[in-house]
Design a protein around this ligand. Structure first.
Ligand SMILES: NC(=O)c1ccc[n+]([C@@H]2O[C@H](COP(=O)([O-])OP(=O)(O)OC[C@H]3O[C@@H](n4cnc5c(N)ncnc54)[C@H](OP(=O)(O)O)[C@@H]3O)[C@@H](O)[C@H]2O)c1
Length: 299
């Protein structure tokens, strides 16, 4: 039983590979670099999927919120291509495979849903066509389409902000919060759809293992929170005050206007189908998640 994971070298990928191995799977990562248990995208396109591949996952994607790179057309194209073209290539490889895998799981984002202070979104809500990010999610999701007559299950996970001690947003926030200079972002009233790293990997593993899981799953925790709720919970977990808000203009300066919306606006996202699918969260609440993310060392 082998799972092939595009972009498996990153934050989510490291946790996912570890979890899948605990569940008895072998893993092969598709990466831009050579490495142990890795194939490059070029060798995937030349050699195809390994014969014993039971599941294919794509979580590759250029980091959108890299503050060191300006939000230029060139960078936007890299953001699109790293998600859409890699997903398309995996779909092509599945179509060509002599023994196709049982399931194809791909990542998307809650940016599919339009930011709003009042709307509540489940997996069946509309969206996906109002700004750059939402259209990216639509193209990313449809890039993995397979012919109807192929018996390969399709699962798409629309992820919220992934929280974990050793990567993603917490890696940026740990030091300022530790030093007692953390604070809410902008007004702090924007929704903050979040998920613990153990659960985003858990949902992908659940989707691979359970034959009845199909379609869209919201990759967010069941406890809804605003940016202020998160800031207070993380400050409390660190035993630190959170009285230094980060002003809106600073976020706009760092990330430029279009991209800063990801941080300054948010969506209230409910994991309705994820819960109905029988997934049991390891970290369903913000308090236990923030305690875990406040540890000095990652486990
Ligand atoms: N972390 C979050 O809070 C969050 C929230 C919502 C959605 N997501 C999505 O979840 C996925 C995984 O997130 P992550 O936090 O694990 O990201 P990550 O740590 O940045 O890892 C993503 C991986 O994608 C590959 N990649 C990066 N740029 C690429 C490019 N230009 N072309 C091809 N591959 C490229 C890299 O693998 P190689 O260097 O080995 O090629 C990298 O290890 C991403 O698609 C992200 O958009 C993440």
């Amino acid at each position: 039983m082998r799972v092939v994971i595009g972009g498996g070298t990153g934050f989510v990928g490291r946790h996912l590979c570890r979890l899948l191995r605990e569940h008895g799977y072998r893993t092969t990562i598709i990466s831009r670099k050579e490495g142990p248990d890795q194939m490059t995208w070029n060798s995937l396109s030349e050699l195809g999927l390994p014969e014993d591949c039971t599941a294919v996952v794509n979580i590759a994607g250029e980091n959108i919120l890299n503050p060191m790179v300006r939000w230029s057309e060139e960078f936007k194209n890299a953001v699109i291509s790293s998600r859409v073209d890699t997903t398309k290539m995996m779909a092509e490889m599945i179509k060509k495979a002599r023994n196709p895998p049982k399931v194809f799981v791909t990542m998307s984002g809650v940016g599919y849903y339009e930011p709003s202070p009042t709307a509540e979104y489940t997996e069946s809500s509309t969206g996906g066509d109002f700004d750059f990010l939402s259209r990216l999610c639509t193209d990313w999701e449809s890039a993995g389409s397979l012919p109807d007559d192929m018996a390969v299950r399709r699962v798409i996970v629309r992820s919220g902000v992934v929280l974990g001690r050793d990567g993603g947003m917490i890696q940026q926030l740990f030091l300022p919060f530790f030093l007692g200079i953390g604070g809410k972002i902008g007004t702090g009233k924007q929704w903050f759809p979040w998920i613990h790293i153990a659960d985003i990997s858990g949902i992908i593993c659940h989707a691979i293992k359970n034959d009845d899981v199909t379609g869209i799953l919201n990759g967010v925790a069941p406890e809804m929170a605003t940016n202020s709720d998160f800031t207070q919970a993380y400050g409390r977990a660190m035993w630190r005050p959170t009285v230094f808000p980060i002003p809106t203009f600073m976020i706009k300066f760092m990330y430029q206007s279009e991209r800063s919306k990801i941080i300054l606006e948010g969506q209230k996202v409910i994991p309705k189908r994820t819960l109905e699918s029988g997934y049991k969260y390891v970290f369903p609440d913000l308090k236990s998640t923030c305690s875990d993310c406040a540890k000095l060392m990652s486990s």
